[in-house]
Write a protein that binds this ligand. Structure first.
Ligand code: BG6
Length: 492
């Protein structure tokens, strides 16, 4: 039976923002139904608006409640959840206003204090400094930092250093919600809880790896955040690289935080750095134009509300990466992500090498090489694609799927990524969070791309909404004689 959490004060900076309403508050609500939830849990939301508690709760009702899954909502639990809230109005950069927060916090060693900074990362250092100056950052405090942390290597280093002056590394939780996804943890189980794949998990047997996070949604009402970020800062530097690390890392000696983070760090260090010359061939950036998603007409990025009509911000990025280690030398890792794509899915495809010789009448070239698809969303599961004989006379082989659907197999309620990660923060478990050196390595790898794009005269390549991105992304993988998975799938 899991141990009860210590009583806590969870201070949510950016408590009125989009992330808090869509993800964090619904996750905290879900946690409030967990057996480990303590009677003395308090949630202190901090925002710029000069709201009363009632006004804030009205906004929670309007904006967060619709994101609580139907089956999980009961009036009684919702009211109990709301009763734990207080609201404090703070101007994050005004040291004086932190006095209001001091009054809302409970003193005492038995209370865990969590400062969750769901704000732009440019405010992280200031907030931490003011917390320290007001004596609020106690030894039993933790701080959670949302991604993207910084805009480039330099700013990330500065933030790490400044936050590090207030909090010890063991108190800092740099969040990447992809690491909290059930299927990502299942990838750890698949790799290190089974003997089957490990001998094959290397250059001798794997031809290439594809990692895709595609979204049908556009930038929506997040233009203020997205325009200066783009797909590279929003998705590639963090989510995609973290997935790549979990696929490519060497077996850690245990799942303790540093054991796992040491191995991920080695992968990031071994990623081949781009030069302006290699960049042109290995990186594609795109921007969506109008089109149809699920049959519904949608505007292009430049015509979204509050758009800059001359924006060069990329909404799609595809990269061919290489890892210079004995295990992975010569195996391309294709990463891609985009908004307004043909489908919403996140998956990792491991493609094995072709058979060396056919003993059947069919030539070896007609055999589809085996592949393992790890589906993160929707429908988390594993698909192992094998060749099998079709029934009947003769020896005709065709590809078939061995499928493991996690929802079907484990008929248990799921934990959303933020729910699991918040629970880890409250328990003080750091394994699923990024360490400062890991984060800086990830920035170091993307930095040449950022610098090149800043000076590049070419615009991002346009692609129609509702497609799989620009043709240049197909050409990128096509140069190796390969296709993205959806392009290679037979018509049904
Ligand atoms: C966030 C990005 O980190 O991840 C968003 O800022 C993106 O732009 C989201 O939409 C995707 O997450 P998920 O869990 O919906 O795949």
């Amino acid at each position: 039976m899991a141990a009860l959490l210590n009583d806590f004060d969870l201070v949510l900076f950016g408590g009125g923002g989009d992330l808090a309403m869509r993800k964090l508050l619904p996750a905290i609500y879900a946690l409030s139904g967990n057996k480990v939830w303590p009677a003395g849990a308090r949630i202190i939301c901090v925002g710029r608006h000069d709201w009363t508690r009632e006004q804030y709760l009205e906004s929670v009702e309007q904006n967060a409640r619709p994101h609580v899954p139907e089956g999980a909502w009961t009036d009684e639990r919702w009211q109990a959840f709301l009763s734990r809230f207080s609201y404090v109005s703070i101007d994050a950069s005004d040291p004086g206003s932190y006095r209001n927060l001091a009054q809302a916090l409970r003193p005492g060693q038995d209370i865990t204090r969590v400062f969750y900074l769901a704000t732009p990362s440019s405010l992280f250092a200031t907030i931490c400094q003011h917390l320290a100056d007001n004596g609020l950052a106690t030894p039993q405090s933790r701080v959670v930092l949302e991604k993207p942390l910084g805009r480039d290597l330099d700013s990330a280093r500065q933030i790490n250093a400044q936050v590090g002056r207030v909090f010890d590394e063991s108190q800092i939780f740099r969040i990447d919600h992809y690491l909290g996804k059930e299927a990502v943890q299942n990838l750890l189980a698949l790799r290190f809880g089974n003997i089957l794949f490990e001998p094959l998990w290397r250059r001798e047997w794997i031809s290439d790896v594809q990692i895709t996070i595609a979204e049908q949604i556009g930038v929506g009402n997040r233009m203020g955040y997205y325009e200066p970020s783009g797909a590279l800062r929003d998705m590639l530097q963090n989510h995609l690289l973290q997935l790549l690390c979990i696929v490519a890392m060497e077996p850690p000696e245990s799942v303790t935080a540093d054991a796992v983070r040491d191995q991920k760090l080695k992968v990031l260090r071994s990623l081949r750095r781009f030069t302006p010359h290699t960049l042109v061939q290995n990186v594609v950036r795109g921007q969506y134009r109008s089109g149809h998603v699920n049959g519904v007409p949608v505007p292009g990025y430049l015509h979204e509300p509050d758009a800059n009509p001359h924006s060069r911000t990329e909404t799609f990025v595809a990269v061919r990466a290489e890892i210079d280690t004995w295990r992975w030398a010569g195996v391309p890792f294709y990463l891609r992500t985009g908004k307004r794509m043909a489908d919403s899915l996140a998956e990792i495809v491991i493609r094995f090498k072709p058979i060396p010789h056919s003993i059947f009448a069919q030539p070896a070239s007609s055999f589809q090489p085996n592949s393992l698809v790890i589906r993160l969303q929707p429908n988390e599961g594993l698909h192992l694609n094998l060749m099998a004989k079709t029934p009947g006379d003769g020896m005709r082989l065709k590809p078939v799927d061995l499928e493991l659907d996690f929802r079907e197999t484990f008929k248990k309620p799921r934990m959303e990524a933020y729910e699991r990660l918040l629970l880890d923060v409250l328990r003080g478990h750091l394994t699923l969070f990024m360490r400062s050196d890991e984060l800086e390595q990830a920035w170091e790898w993307v930095e040449p791309i950022l610098r090149f794009w800043d000076q590049d005269e070419n615009e991002p390549v346009p692609y129609a909404s509702g497609t799989w991105g620009p043709a240049a992304a197909s050409a990128l993988i096509g140069r190796d004689g390969l296709q993205w998975r959806e392009e290679a799938l037979p018509e049904v």
